[in-house]
Design a protein around this ligand. Structure first.
Ligand code: CO
Ligand code: ZN
Length: 322
């Protein structure tokens, strides 16, 4: 899990993925051909003679982008990716240069009316001039929360989708002499509309594509009505707002899980999408499926996933790649 922790701590707000990408390049060096596309997608190619198989995980993370600096030195911001006001209120955040702030809300305001536009980041600046020494318009902040193991679970911001990158990297390290021709793609800008994935398959045109990402679960009090539970194995996506999984790929994942002796569950997500939604639309279309890691509280500072589900995903990828 050391690599997962390092990935979580690597700064990679959508469009600024360099730190996470460099970390992955260092990790994957020597395993195959490594290339970086114009948009910034990182691809590891492990050659085999069989069908072309593309695995994708996005390496970008959500964040807060500075839009305006008040005379008092307080920062107004826009979101990069989907962030709920309640999830960031009173959270400590960190800019790429190490500047720390806290997301605050007018003390006289009613909490039920909470809006992002009424919030600000307090970086403990004296005034605007002081703040400008530390941040510029367009700089982005991320949750300044740490990675931890808690019993059978990991609790951390940005498991979405550092956990997908971790699973792919660990699988790539284990696979030796695959029969399939393997492409591991770490995509950029998923959180703002699957943008990296839109071009990821362009020059590969695989026979099949599988995206890895987190998904929601239905087990928490007053949570979603959803038949996915953490600790019950990987989730094989049936549908979300971006794709209906191709039956051939869905079956490929399920039979690999069975062969590897791993539990799995089927997932219908009634909101959101993944890189799979973009991959399936490349060229004439690519049969695409998604392996999901069930995760509580996605897009918060305390995303919570079961460690066994994560290690199972690595085994299933290795089985598919054989
Ligand atoms: Co996300
Ligand atoms: Zn994601």
């Amino acid at each position: 899990m050391k690599l997962l922790e390092k990935l979580v701590n690597s700064y990679s707000v959508s469009g600024l993925e360099n730190d996470a990408r460099q970390l992955l390049i260092n990790e994957l060096e020597g395993l195959g051909d490594i290339s970086v596309s114009t948009m910034g997608n990182l691809t590891l190619h492990i050659k085999g003679n069989g069908e072309k198989m593309l695995f994708a995980a996005h390496m970008d993370q959500i964040g807060l982008m500075v839009t305006y600096i008040e005379d008092g030195g307080f920062l107004r911001f826009a979101t990069v990716g989907g962030i709920e006001p309640r999830d960031i209120l009173n959270q400590r955040v960190r800019f790429q240069n190490g500047t720390i702030g806290c997301v605050c809300y007018g003390e006289k305001k009613e909490i039920k009316d909470i809006k992002l536009s009424d919030m600000y980041i307090d970086i403990a600046a004296k005034d605007k001039e002081d703040a400008e020494k530390k941040v510029s318009i367009g700089d982005c902040a991320v949750y300044d929360a740490s990675f931890m193991k808690n019993g059978d679970y990991v609790v951390s911001p940005y498991l979405d989708n550092k956990v997908g990158c971790y699973v792919l990297a660990e699988a790539a390290k284990r696979i030796k002499n695959p029969t399939k021709d393997l492409y591991f793609v770490f995509t950029v800008q998923e959180e703002i509309g699957l943008r990296g994935a839109k071009v990821a398959a362009f020059d590969i045109m695989p026979d099949y594509a599988i995206a890895l990402d987190v998904t929601a679960c239905g087990e928490t009090p007053d949570g979603y009505k959803m038949a996915v539970k953490t600790g019950e194995g990987i989730a094989i996506k049936v549908k979300d707002n971006s794709l209906i999984a191709h039956p051939a790929v869905k079956n490929m994942i399920a039979s690999a899980a069975e062969k590897a002796g791993k539990k799995y569950q089927y997932e219908v997500l009634e909101f959101g999408g993944t890189d799979g939604g973009a991959l399936q639309l490349s060229g004439n279309g690519i049969p695409t499926g998604v392996i999901s890691i069930p995760t509580r509280y996605t897009h918060t500072a305390n995303e919570t996933a079961n460690i066994k589900d994560i290690t199972d995903a690595i085994d299933v990828i290795c089985e598919i790649a054989k």
